[in-house]
Design a protein around this ligand. Structure first.
Ligand SMILES: Cc1cc2nc3c(=O)[nH]c(=O)nc-3n(C[C@H](O)[C@H](O)[C@H](O)COP(=O)(O)OP(=O)(O)OC[C@H]3O[C@@H](n4cnc5c(N)ncnc54)[C@H](O)[C@@H]3O)c2cc1C
Length: 198
């Protein structure tokens, strides 16, 4: 049994300039306008379309993230329909050492998490040793069980996701995860999220 933290990693193959070029080339078809397709020109163009609310142009670019979170937060993430997901299967993956992700700062002794989770892990392993398949043994796994998924979102949907999930109304764990996503996006693809704050 292991307690781990939420993690976010960017899996994209396009760099910033390529992403800007793609979006600018698509967007300029609307206006039949020309450009030198430099980073400066792309950033200016993206700022203009965001200011005008012409955000459908941003759908021509997408980012892929590898995310480690728990089952509860993964369930919230996959409610965002305009995205693509590939998630670790609890039907086919057999766990030897089960990872759990609890909310940071939440006193684990409040519900004696260590003991409960230890018992769950032992019972899961007992099921497997007694011939249960992972797809049946998984029924006792709690929502704090860690899971990994790939999430591809176009830049318009990513902006929408971040605005909803960074809001103080969102659950603290999905806010923490969204802060990690925003931090990466601000570093690697800044103009697309520069108006979004934690
Ligand atoms: C604070 C908070 C609390 C929540 N609580 C609950 C809860 O108690 N129970 C619950 O079930 N869910 C809850 N949710 C999830 C929420 O209802 C949405 O399912 C989730 O946030 C996905 O966002 P979205 O619907 O904007 O759409 P996305 O799937 O991200 O789609 C993006 C946008 O596309 C458009 N769109 C997509 N599909 C359609 C469609 N079929 N028809 C029309 N327009 C569409 C909408 O404009 C939508 O905003 C909560 C979310 C938040 C942020």
């Amino acid at each position: 049994m292991k307690f781990v933290e939420q993690q976010v990693e960017l899996l994209n193959h396009l760099d910033y300039k390529e992403m800007l070029n793609n979006i600018e080339m698509a967007g300029r078809i609307c206006y039949q306008s020309k450009s030198d397709y430099s980073v400066e020109s792309g950033e200016k163009f993206v700022r203009m379309i965001i200011k005008r609310g012409h955000e459908s142009v941003l759908e021509h670019g997408s980012l892929t993230f590898k995310i480690k979170t728990n089952r509860a937060i993964a369930n919230e993430i996959v409610r965002h329909r305009l995205a693509s997901y590939s998630q670790e299967s609890t039907r086919y993956v057999k766990y030897d050492d089960i990872e759990f992700i609890l909310r940071e700062g939440k006193p684990s002794d409040l519900f004696n998490a260590m003991n409960i989770l230890k018992q769950i892990e032992e019972q899961y392993k007992a099921f497997i040793e007694n011939g249960y398949r992972p797809e049946d043994a998984r029924d006792i796994l709690p929502l704090c069980t860690a899971t990994t998924l790939a999430m591809t979102m176009n830049l318009r949907e990513l902006r929408h996701f971040l605005k909803l999930r960074l809001d103080k109304a969102a659950h603290p764990q999905i806010r923490e995860l969204s802060e990690k996503v925003l931090e990466i996006a601000k570093k690697e693809f800044p103009v697309f999220v520069e108006d979004i704050n934690e």
